[in-house]
Design a protein around this ligand. Structure first.
Ligand SMILES: *Cc1c(COP(=O)(O)O)cnc(C)c1O
Length: 399
């Protein structure tokens, strides 16, 4: 796809177009196309290959049959906002006003986009960890912001707290934290969370948290930063039903924040999508009201999938970081003789019939080299697919 004339200059201004005017090539698209072309098992993109809970799927079908097919309210259907409030109360003890402090969005992605566009002035700084979810870089650029990063380093991918302190300054408008973290699988420590709140206060910054993997942790239960003392008043908490209910294609997300911040974000959101997914919203409400056993069940199943893939990767000769949450394992291909993850990922379908993505895809150009040999494998796949993948990967093991 190419864009010409003034449009091209504008999008390129945010670094979103390649020099030839094409959409800057995404390694995700390249790797997924490679999986299709070669018939390799796609452990590249992070979407589940099984359907989510039948109650949720049926609720959406029922809503369509019942005629819920027109624009829902701008803030989202009350039935979903009420369910989000109940969910935040049940799991985190938060008391939310469903009419003023909650906004339904087109996935977590639109929540992030509307938040960044609403709250950032051109030239403001946004601090994130690095590697970072790829949309962050693009959205900060669209908002005219300056992206500062704090490195997460293998094997544990926890930030150095002095580096975090140094990154947040009076120029920082937003501290954007993804916990549990994609792509590294890290879950951040209580000390890190507390320091983020302390720094936000000291420098009058807002905190934006992306918690789409909130129910997919394998150790201690997830702790939203907004539950920390002094955090609520300056935190925008973002999540989505895509990962929790294996419905990534539905794009129903939400955020919660103090009412004046929600209003500012709504002012932008109304001109992005306005609204989305009317029949999916009551279905998400059914999901959020599922019993505790559903939520512990998905984490247990995912942990056993993580273990299957982790053992397979170790047997194949990789050095891995064991993730504490999310869908992904980061593996180092250096012990197998590959210093360059992108080259390795291009070769992997031929070598082992498996697709992965290089961690460099989640890094800024200046820091890519620090993560050059690392690749990300997704384990949100059926046990059959994971077992087959680990069998294939065994072929890589040095004799
Ligand atoms: C999948 C993902 C998203 C996108 O969520 P949607 O609800 O599909 O928009 C956002 N952040 C992270 C870290 C993700 O992995």
């Amino acid at each position: 796809m190419t864009v010409s004339g003034a449009w091209r200059r504008t999008a390129r201004g945010a670094g979103l177009l390649a020099d030839d005017g094409s959409v800057a090539a995404s390694i995700f698209a390249e790797m997924s196309a490679l999986a299709v072309r070669t018939g390799a098992l796609n452990l590249g993109q992070g979407f589940p290959d099984e359907d989510g809970p039948p109650e949720v799927l049926e609720a959406a079908q029922r809503a369509i049959r019942d005629g819920m097919n027109q624009y829902p309210p701008g803030r989202g259907l009350p039935v979903l906002r009420d369910a989000i409030a109940r969910h935040q109360k049940r799991f985190y003890g938060l008391d939310l006003d469903a009419d003023r402090q909650i906004l339904v969005t087109a996935g977590a992605t639109e929540a992030l986009a509307a938040t960044i566009l609403a709250l950032l002035e051109p030239g403001d700084e946004v601090v994130t960890f690095e590697p970072f979810y790829d949309a962050y870089g693009g959205l900060i650029a669209l908002g005219g912001g300056i992206h500062r990063t704090v490195p997460l380093r293998a094997p544990h991918f926890q930030p150095d707290l002095d580096e975090l302190r140094a990154a947040v300054t009076d120029k920082t408008r937003l501290i954007l934290i993804n916990d549990p973290h994609n792509p590294t699988g890290a879950v951040f420590s209580a000390e890190t969370r507390a320091l983020i709140v302390e720094l936000a206060h000291r420098h009058d910054a807002l905190i934006v948290t992306d918690e789409v993997y909130e129910h997919l942790t394998f150790g201690a239960a997830h702790v939203p930063i907004s539950t920390l003392p002094g955090a609520w008043e300056r935190t925008i908490t973002i999540s989505s039903g895509g990962k929790t209910f294996s419905t990534t294609g539905w794009k129903v997300g939400w955020l919660s924040a103090p009412a004046h911040l929600v209003t500012a974000i709504l002012a932008v959101k109304q001109f992005l999508t306005y609204v989305n997914g009317a029949p999916f919203q009551p279905a998400m409400a059914v999901g959020l009201d599922l019993p505790d056993s559903y939520f512990t069940g998905i984490a247990d199943v995912l942990r056993s999938k993580r273990d299957t893939l982790a053992e397979g990767l170790i047997r194949a000769g990789f050095t891995i970081s064991v993730p504490q949450g999310s869908y992904f394992i980061v593996a180092d291909a250096r012990p197998l003789g590959y210093a360059h993850g992108a080259d390795f990922c291009r070769a992997l379908p031929g070598l082992a019939g498996v697709v992965a993505v290089p961690i460099s895809a989640f890094c800024s150009p200046a820091h890519r080299h620090e993560y050059a040999s690392l690749v990300r494998f997704a384990y949100c796949k059926t046990t059959d697919v994971l077992t087959q993948a680990t069998r294939n990967l065994a072929a890589l093991a040095p004799a």
